[in-house]
Ligand binder design. Sequence first.
Ligand SMILES: [Zn+2]
Ligand SMILES: [Zn+2]
Length: 203
Amino acid sequence: METKEETFKCESCNRIFGSKEALEMHGAAKHPEKVPKDKKRFPVKKTRNWVIFILILGLVIFGVYFLMTSSNSFDDLPASEINIGSHKNIALHIHSDLEIKINNQGFPIPADIGIQTGIMRPLHTHDSSGEVHIEGPYARDFTIGEFFQIWNKTFNSTCIFENCIGTESNSTLKMSVNGQESQQFENHIMRDGDEIVIEFTSA
Ligand SMILES: [Zn+2]
Ligand SMILES: [Zn+2]
């Protein structure tokens, strides 16, 4: 067996062959009941187990990856694109009060902002009191800008609705949260119990 050239011995009759192919041909011809069973069936079965194992492993990895990426993209969605559907399965439910004054006139905030048949946005109103309901299927920060986006109205550091502070006029746009002036404007994160006042005054 220690020869330089590799030899192949038949396990059944001890005949020596110069190549694996020759041994296999011999085995198939002379010992069909032994060789094919031991040398062929077992490796095939082993390979099949490996293929199943790798397939399952692949599916698990893909599933975990899919869950991670899908929850990340859901986190990144603006509130105006999230549909919570109903008040079931709510993990977050807080309220802020919003008041808008245009030249000292209270601007009515309608009921059912963010609510249509089959659609309920995480930021919505149920009545016209100015109470904004902040409800999410999971806890997440929501900005007041997202509420205006759902309402389909403009609010930022220069404009409320179509009222904008011009460069020449002396109009002002102020925002206060719980009596404190805020420079956050649309980026203000709505917290439970916030009293938010947005006030526009033209010169
Ligand atoms: Zn509520
Ligand atoms: Zn609600």
